[in-house]
Design a protein around this ligand. Structure first.
Ligand code: CA
Length: 262
């Protein structure tokens, strides 16, 4: 166990929690070759302590750990703020375990035995986002999440689009932040309900719709033809990072369109 190394700016920090020293070392080696900053832990509690001490972008978590169950560690990791992405390693290939793994907050899983090529590809897929969207987590840098020209400010719980500041309600903010942490990833209404309102929330998927519409009214140039919070055919929504080029809209005075518009 050591200090979470600080990677060069923009590179993701990855924590590997795996009790098998050979697997741990080979994963670390391959990730470091890919320029990631890697920390390792040999038990769940050790890993949790590391993640709490210094936030990481992604955790590779072995489910078969001594002591505290890997799924319990997964639940606790996914409750952290900022929440790391979690990729589970499991030797248990039974479908029920996969589902339980994802239910417990994991973003993806890889079944052992796996190839390092596959693992690195999955890590890259989870982290895939425009360069500016790589979340700087840790040491005060976690304040903002940038997705293209959209800046989400955790401290002020508002968003900025170019020069325009956008005030958001609590749930609008939580929803936008969720999308901002997973640009381009498609979520169903049920998934959004789980992620933003909590799994125990006895709400309706209509709740998601109404919040999405209000968000669109605030951030979209034309809310009737959303370019950022887009609906995906087959039932889902994703955040498309807005272009970084200054938009003419940002030169316009802030505020909703006037009521006497077309
Ligand atoms: Ca193990």
């Amino acid at each position: 166990m050591g200090e979470m190394p600080t990677g060069p700016s923009g590179f993701a920090r990855i924590l590997v929690i795996e009790d098998d020293p050979d697997i741990r070392d080979v994963i670390r080696m391959h990730l470091e070759k890919e320029q990631f900053a890697v920390a390792t832990a040999e038990s769940g509690l050790q890993g949790l302590a590391l993640a709490q001490g210094q936030p990481c972008t992604l955790v590779i978590l072995d489910l078969g750990l001594p002591g505290v169950d890997g799924l319990e560690i997964c639940r606790q990791l996914s409750a952290l703020t900022p929440r790391p992405l979690i990729l589970i390693l499991t030797a248990r290939s039974a479908e029920i375990d996969r589902v339980r793994g994802l239910d417990s907050g994991a973003d993806d899983y890889v079944v052992k035995p796996f190839s390092m090529l596959e693992l690195v590809a999955r890590v890259r897929a989870l982290l895939r986002r425009p360069p500016l969207a790589v979340e700087q987590c840790g040491d005060g840098a976690a304040r903002t999440v940038a997705v293209g020209s959209l800046l989400i400010d955790r401290w002020e719980r508002c968003a900025k689009l170019g020069a325009r500041r956008i005030e958001l309600t609590t749930k609008e903010f939580d929803l936008l932040l969720w999308f901002g942490r997973h640009p381009q990833r498609v979520f169903s209404r049920a998934e959004l309900l789980d992620a933003v309102w909590g799994t125990g929330y006895e709400g309706y998927e209509h709740t998601v719709n109404s919040h999405l519409n209000r968000l669109r009214a605030k951030i979209e140039h034309d809310p009737t033809h959303p370019a950022m919070l887009v609906t995906v055919r087959g039932g889902g929504y994703k955040l498309v990072p807005p272009a970084l080029e200054p938009m003419s809209a940002s030169l316009m005075p802030p505020g909703p369109p006037s009521a006497d518009g077309p």
